[in-house]
Design a protein. Structure first.
Length: 187
């Protein structure tokens, strides 16, 4: 499970994206903006914007914690996850569109992270959601889908998978791998 600080980071990044859509946004487009920004940022700087776990699903990579929050809000299941209550209270879901209920706390989002989120918002905002979904189905995504067919627990797109999808250099991949190994060592 995520720490409260990690949950707050994810919540505020989601609110940052949602505030740009006056009429709400469907799940696919929201997830694609987040994924493409994460992929680009990770490939460039070797660290993620959000500590979110992405899984390979039918419409491309989905952020699991964000998806869980949205689904629980949609179903009205607020009591099942008390640690997510504040996140759930910050959004509403109507007819499969997600809306922000409050402004993001920008102290949780670095200026450079906002630049990447803005870049991908601008890229995605006028595109059809299913077209964006197709764009996320690259060779790395397809390899994760194949891996998951052999072992359903292998459906997670690791930071290295996401960085490869973003065309990160081998030097950057090695840097990310080293950071992941160190994090695992001290976990």
């Amino acid at each position: 499970m995520k720490t409260q600080e990690q949950i707050k980071k994810i919540e505020n990044v989601i609110l940052y994206i949602l505030q740009k859509f006056d009429d709400g946004v469907d799940y696919i487009k929201l997830f694609k903006i987040l994924y493409f920004a994460q992929r680009d940022y990770l490939s460039r700087f070797g660290k993620p914007i959000v500590p979110e776990t992405f899984k390979a699903r039918m419409h491309g990579p989905i952020p699991t914690l964000t998806n869980k929050v949205i689904k629980n809000v949609e179903e009205g299941s607020y009591n099942n996850f008390p640690d997510l209550k504040e996140f759930m209270d910050s959004i509403k879901v109507i007819d499969q569109k997600v809306f922000a209920q409050k402004k993001p706390d920008l102290d949780f989002i670095a200026k450079k992270e906002r630049e990447y989120l803005d870049k991908w918002f601008d890229y995605c905002k006028d595109k059809e959601s299913y077209a964006l979904s197709d764009e996320s189905h690259d060779s790395v995504y397809k390899s994760v889908v194949e891996r998951a067919k052999l072992d359903p627990q292998q459906d997670v797109m690791t930071f290295i998978d996401i960085a490869r999808s973003g065309q990160a250099s081998e030097k950057m991949i090695a840097y990310i791998r080293e950071k992941e190994l160190l994090a695992a060592e001290f976990a």
